[in-house]
Design a protein around this ligand. Structure first.
Ligand SMILES: NC(=O)c1ccc[n+]([C@@H]2O[C@H](COP(=O)([O-])OP(=O)(O)OC[C@H]3O[C@@H](n4cnc5c(N)ncnc54)[C@H](O)[C@@H]3O)[C@@H](O)[C@H]2O)c1
Length: 244
């Protein structure tokens, strides 16, 4: 098992890639802390883990709210004593809105979840990782972190920011024992893409949408010691979408 004796905090764990990672990380031996705004999804996950007798703590948290994040991280540390892995997965789409169609409220909400949320969660957990002199952070970016068209103006801007923050965190904290990388998925079958036409993938080298479990497999690799020489990278997993 690749994550034995590790405690993993996963945001956006109620659905899609976050849920797939929670299940996959637990199979690899990790205890799971799940943050999400979706209470029902957290309950479903808790029922799943209860039936497996796995260590699980689900907390209803809006990751864009500093106070909620701080108090949830405190609760998590009371229960588990340490956090070894963060998977910053929670994110929202902007309905592919152009700048003209993006009002200030949409702009702020996408930035607050997709990038400020990563800042808040990481900042709240970092002191524990620095004290332990070890930790692994996996950020979920997007191909919209590299190219236009994977989202609208706000979404694409935030995902470029995730790629940049990943590099800076890897640079600042690598020698303090903290490994930071990111994943850039293409079109993945989750609730986020429910209304997006799957035929968009017809011309890809791998002509199909990806599955959340495929992202979870890559996240396990990045969270494990097998990837220790990879630093500050954002790895594309997109069926060849961005192949030039
Ligand atoms: N699905 C895709 O094709 C695709 C492609 C590239 C990148 N991504 C990224 O992957 C990540 C996961 O998305 P997904 O496809 O699994 O979508 P999803 O909608 O299935 O899951 C996102 C989860 O984040 C949670 N969430 C939203 N706002 C939150 C907040 N403020 N606080 C806490 N939790 C919150 C939602 O409740 C949901 O459970 C996102 O960052 C998304 O931008 C998705």
């Amino acid at each position: 098992m690749k994550l034995q004796n590790k405690v993993a905090l996963i945001t956006g764990a109620s659905s899609g890639m976050g849920r797939a990672q929670a299940k996959r990380f637990a199979k690899e031996g990790a205890d799971i802390i799940a943050f999400d705004v979706n209470k029902d999804g957290l309950q479903e996950l808790e029922d799943h883990f209860d039936s497996l007798d796995s260590n699980f703590l689900g907390l209803e948290v809006d990751i864009s709210d500093a106070q909620q994040v701080e108090s949830a991280v405190e609760k998590a540390l009371e229960r588990f004593k340490s956090i070894d892995i963060i998977s910053n997965t929670a994110g929202i789409l902007d309905d592919f809105s152009s700048l003209e169609d993006t009002d200030e409220e949409l702009w702020d909400s996408v930035f607050n979840v997709n990038i400020k949320g990563i800042y808040l969660v990481t900042k709240a957990v970092l002191p524990t990782m620095l004290k332990n002199k070890k930790g692994t952070i996996v950020n979920i970016a997007s191909i919209a972190g590299f190219v236009a068209g994977g989202g609208g103006a706000a979404y694409t801007s935030t995902k470029h920011a995730v790629v940049g923050l990943t590099k800076q965190l890897a640079y600042d904290y690598g020698q303090k024992g903290i490994k930071v990388n990111a994943i850039a998925p293409g079109y993945i079958n989750t609730s986020m893409t429910e209304d997006v036409d799957p035929s968009l993938t017809d011309d890809l080298p791998e002509p199909r949408p990806g599955e959340a479990e495929e992202i979870a497999d890559l996240a396990v690799f990045l969270a494990s010691e097998q990837s220790d020489y990879i630093r500050g990278e954002t790895i594309k997993i997109d069926g060849g979408w961005t192949t030039d």
